[in-house]
Design a protein around this ligand. Sequence first.
Ligand SMILES: [Cu+2]
Length: 474
Amino acid sequence: MFKKSHTSPYLVRFLVITLMGAFFLLQGCQISSPAEPDDKEHAGNAMIIPEILEDQSADPDTASFELFVQQGEMEFFPGRTTETLGYNGNYLGPIIPVRRGQEVNVSVHNQLGEPTTVHWHGMDISGEADGGPHQPIMPGEVWEPNFTIDQPAATLWYHPHLHGTTGPQVYSGLAGLIYIEDDVSDRLNLPKDYGINDIPLILQDRNFNSDGSFSYQLDRMGLVPGDTMLINGTVDPYVEVNAEKVRLRILNGSNFENFNLQLSDGSSFYQIASDGGFLESPVARDSLFITPGERMEVIVDFSTATTDTEIALMAGEHPVLQFYVLDSEGANTEIPESLAVIPEISAGDDSPTRVFELQSMGLRGTINGKSFNMNRIDEEVNQNETEIWIIRNSRSMMHSSGHPFHVHGTQFQVISRNGNPPPPEERGFKDTIHVDPGEEVIIVVRFNHTGLYMYHCHMLEHEDYGMMGQFMVQ
Ligand SMILES: [Cu+2]
């Protein structure tokens, strides 16, 4: 599925330039600039592409991974050191590659001086393996969940979920992606060349102090607005692409911030997947509104672009990722007319219905008027029973925040938004849904496993300050 031994054009170019350089140096020549026409000087920093975590199991039906939660250091700005946290590295974590049907075993080693958890966000999974606040990993301990992947190809993610410290731990760098592949994703002729035309984008806004350290400061409204965008842990990033279709797997990994993404030339692109996998067919988009916790996969068609094409990904008014188009064609991939068949989660007239009222004022948010209590089970749900959940964000003078509502342990479907059918991009599987003030979103949901799970606002400071509830599935 992932080509781990791929010889990239960059590697070839690097080797050629290195060999040429060695040759010229031996000749006593000075090299002023590389001879390669593509190798322009780019402003900014080459975007970091996360590693793919090695599956240590030889059996294709199982996958085994080792994650080390550790402290690290980054130089986001030259000459200034930032103390960070990361999985198997200094900042963020590797991509965990799994396949539908695989039994997955993970050993999570907590090498921090504080407890943490690892939550598999978007995974259809038992409560025990979910990695929520009830599965703390103490310093020096190892947590070994195992679970079977039984959901469609999708881009999920993992991050800490200890109650009260999720915000600061994620802010320091604890987050990573999970790629699920299956027969459907195998069959589609989509861009799949990891890091070349299938590129992850973990978007995070951050604030820094002048010494380079992170400035994790809540303002009076309880917000943590960041003035610097990191993509995959890179400040001011650029990425080189071939003149081909490029798939971007986008995660809003920010603690609090929503992003409005578009291309600098205003051109449209195609959304092919939402949180829980492929849409039935690609949806042409001019812009993407993406809220914390959400993932969207899009294809940008660079196949007619040239080396002169100037194009950037914008977040609002700000360019956040510069694309440089190389003088090479790349792979012949498609934006297929149909992507996947999405089985409908259908509810009956007698399906249990629950209402979740979201309210917040500054830092303090509640759901159904309640603040999180780990010793209280808020909802009891029957396994394999389809339910209707109504999520309301009541409008008032005092609070005007939208909230990303996230449900653990499942992928749900949207029935309606404000009484209307959901827009096409919200007709796939979802695990996180934005609800603006005054809005009502109705979802249909079913839990295939048992255990204790969370529902909460995915603005991490709202979550840490109690905008979360828990439900028991049995
Ligand atoms: Cu919120």
